[in-house]
Design a protein. Structure first.
Length: 261
C-alpha cells in the first residue's frame, strides 16, 4: 500500500447523501445516551482509468415522507428519529451534476449490507457489486432485514471476494470485520492528495480512532482490531482516515462537486 505505487484512481468525490439521528452512545460505547448527533451518510465516487467506481450507495429516501412508516422502520433505542434526506442530498441528481449517469457506474464496492449503504443498488444495473463472502452470506441468510430486497434482486451481478484484495492499482480493499461479519474498507492512492482511507462503518467518528474505542459492533474484539488496523495503515502510508459518519469531518471535507485527485 505504499503511496509511491502507481494508481489508476484519477479523482475521489465525497457525496453527502443524508443524515441519521443517533445517540452518541451508538457511536461510542459508554457515552451518555442523551447526547444526540446528526451524523452524515456518505458514499464515494471514484473516477478511474477503468470507469466509475462507487463505494456504497447511500440511503433511499423512499418512504421517509410518511412519518408513521418512517418511524416504524427506522426508530429504535439507538436512533430516536428517522433519517433525513433533503432534495440536495439525493444521490442520482448529484451524480448527474457531475455528468455521471447510473449506467456509467461499472463497479460498486459495498462496505456492508446495512440499509444506509445499499439504498440505491437497484439504480445501478450495469455495475458489478463487490462484497466480502462473509457479508454476502450473512446478508442473504437474514431475510427478516427491512432492506433485504435492496440486495436480494436476482439481476444483481455479484463479485464475491475473500479477504484483502487489490481491486485495481490504487484501490485496495481491506477486510475490517466487527461492525458486520464481512465489513470492508478501502485504501485509495491519489497522485496529488496521497492516500485516503474510506473507513466505512468500522467506527462512526474520528474520535473512535483517536481513542481506539468501539461503537456499534456484532464482534467487539474484531471491531477494535479493525480500528487499530486502519490506524496502522494511516501511520504506514501517511494516509488520511475518511470517516463515513463524522459530523465534524464532513464540514471540512471537499464535498462534491469538489474532489480529491
Amino acid at each position: 500500500m505504499a503511496d509511491a505505487a502507481p494508481t489508476e484512481i484519477r479523482k475521489l468525490f465525497i457525496l453527502l447523501v443524508g443524515y441519521e439521528i443517533i445517540r452518541k452512545s451508538g457511536c461510542i460505547r459508554g457515552e451518555q445516551p442523551h447526547i444526540v448527533l446528526a451524523v452524515p451518510i456518505c458514499c464515494y465516487l471514484m473516477e478511474t482509468a477503468r470507469g466509475f467506481v462507487l463505494y456504497d450507495t447511500g440511503l433511499s429516501s423512499e418512504g421517509l415522507d410518511d412519518p408513521v412508516a418512517a418511524r416504524a422502520r427506522y426508530v429504535n433505542a439507538t436512533f430516536p428519529l428517522p433519517p433525513v434526506v433533503l432534495p440536495e442530498h439525493e444521490l442520482l441528481p448529484q451524480l448527474a451534476k457531475l455528468g455521471v449517469a447510473p449506467g456509467d457506474i461499472t463497479e460498486i464496492v459495498l462496505s456492508h449490507a446495512h440499509g444506509d449503504h445499499t439504498g440505491h443498488l437497484r439504480d445501478f444495473r450495469n455495475a458489478r457489486i463487490t462484497i466480502q463472502r462473509q457479508e454476502y452470506e450473512a446478508a442473504m441468510a437474514d431475510r427478516g432485514r427491512v432492506n433485504f430486497a435492496d440486495y436480494s434482486d436476482p439481476s444483481i451481478t455479484w463479485n464475491i471476494v475473500d479477504g484483502d484484495m487489490a481491486l485495481m492499482p490504487g484501490l485496495d480493499l481491506v477486510l475490517t470485520r466487527g461492525h458486520q461479519p464481512g465489513h470492508q474498507s478501502a485504501v485509495i492512492r491519489l497522485e496529488r492528495d496521497g492516500v485516503k482511507i474510506l473507513t466505512g462503518d468500522v467506527a462512526d467518528l474520528l474520535e473512535n480512532f483517536e481513542r481506539e474505542l468501539i461503537g456499534g459492533a456484532m464482534d467487539d474484539p474484531a471491531a477494535l482490531a479493525s480500528i487499530r488496523r486502519l490506524n496502522a495503515i494511516a501511520r504506514e502510508t501517511g494516509g488520511e482516515l475518511i470517516p463515513l459518519h463524522d459530523p465534524l469531518f464532513v464540514q471540512r471535507a471537499r464535498l462534491a462537486p469538489d474532489h480529491y485527485a
